[in-house]
Design a protein around this ligand. Structure first.
Ligand code: MTE
Length: 312
């Protein structure tokens, strides 16, 4: 893996403290060199990445890195929130390949490095909202999925994109259990996949993705509940029919294909109207859930005329 230095960036003085602290950490990484920075980190996170900071999400209060990397869902490693960070240490995400297939002119097997090196990495600060009603704000680093898809030249038959996670029970111990139907699967409608907000993510907080957050590459679809953001992706297929997805296979009454964040569509077992931001104290009031997680201006048109109650 190439080790590159993060470029210094330009936070505005008006930005909030947690962001300022995070930018300081990035400057520290850039100034001290990656090996020292890696030694200073308590987690198996790795090299600094070379990326451009976009204006997206500036001014949002960034969550603590500790919260975002210690409170996870990654069922291949553990079912509780602390488990993925504790139990994914032996997972070696590199070398890594991604197989691309289905309705496209350029199918093939791509080495992760080649896949990423040909694209400009961007940092974007997005809200992230889990179906279990917790949320956070994370500086993700990645490539717009649309840019990556363009190189595979999907054909007119491509109506959906299907993604799969690595299946390797040797290193992902929960895959030896029947708790979900492995490998983890997700999918997007083609227009969702091509939307400029949809990011193929390789890093967070200025560094490569830690294992527990989906190393070496995962999806982030910021207007959907977190389970759509599939981790450790090994295949991308362009398909004509709506693909099966892990959580709707496991419980179709509770989890639909769209999974758009919607305060008015309750989960059958709890309300989705309010959420708890990770890092907020126990006595801090919950926050109102925003329709499409606050990205309605950008993406609501994708769902015009759709019955939100039925197509959840
Ligand atoms: N991807 C895989 N392969 N396995 C999983 O268990 N969990 C999903 C999603 N992607 C999951 C996954 C769920 S339910 C959520 S909320 C997010 O990852 C959590 O992402 P985070 O741990 O980076 O916050």
């Amino acid at each position: 893996m190439l080790i590159r230095h993060a470029r210094p960036s330009d936070p505005r003085p008006s930005e909030l403290t947690s962001r300022a602290l995070y930018m300081d950490r990035r400057r520290f990484i850039a100034a001290s060199g990656a090996s020292l920075a890696a030694a200073a980190l308590p987690l198996p996170a790795s090299a600094a990445l070379d990326f451009e900071t976009t204006s997206h999400g500036r001014g949002l209060e960034v969550s603590d890195r500790e919260d975002a990397t210690r409170y996870n869902n990654f069922y291949e490693f553990a079912l509780d929130k602390d488990g993925p960070a504790e139990k994914s240490g032996d997972f070696k995400p590199l070398p890594w390949t991604v197989r691309v297939g289905g309705a496209c002119h350029k199918p093939g097997v791509h080495d992760y490095e080649d896949l990423i090196r040909t694209h400009r990495l961007e940092e974007r600060i997005y809200r992230f909202r889990c179906v279990e009603a917790w949320s956070m704000v994370v500086p993700w680093i990645g490539v717009p999925l649309a840019d990556m898809i363009a190189r595979f030249e999907p054909t007119g038959a491509a109506k959906y994109v299907a993604f799969r996670t690595l299946y390797d029970p040797e290193v992902m111990p929960m895959q030896r259990s029947g708790v979900l139907d492995w490998p983890y699967r997700e999918g997007l409608r083609m227009d969702e996949a091509l939307h400029p907000l949809t990011l193929m993510v390789v890093g967070m907080y200025g560094e490569e993705l830690p294992n527990q957050n989906g190393a070496p590459l995962r999806l982030i679809v910021p207007w959907k509940y977190g389970f759509k953001s599939i981790k450790s992706i090994v295949s991308i297929d362009f398909v004509e029919d709506m693909p099966q997805t892990t959580w709707s296979m496991s419980n179709p009454r509770e989890y639909g294909f769209y999974a758009n964040v919607d305060p008015e569509v309750d989960h059958p077992r709890w309300s989705q109207a309010r959420e708890r931001r990770l890092g907020d104290g126990l006595f801090t009031a919950k926050r109102d859930t925003l329709y499409l997680n606050g990205y309605a201006d950008e993406v609501a048109h994708l769902y015009a005329g759709m019955d939100r109650m039925k197509l959840f």
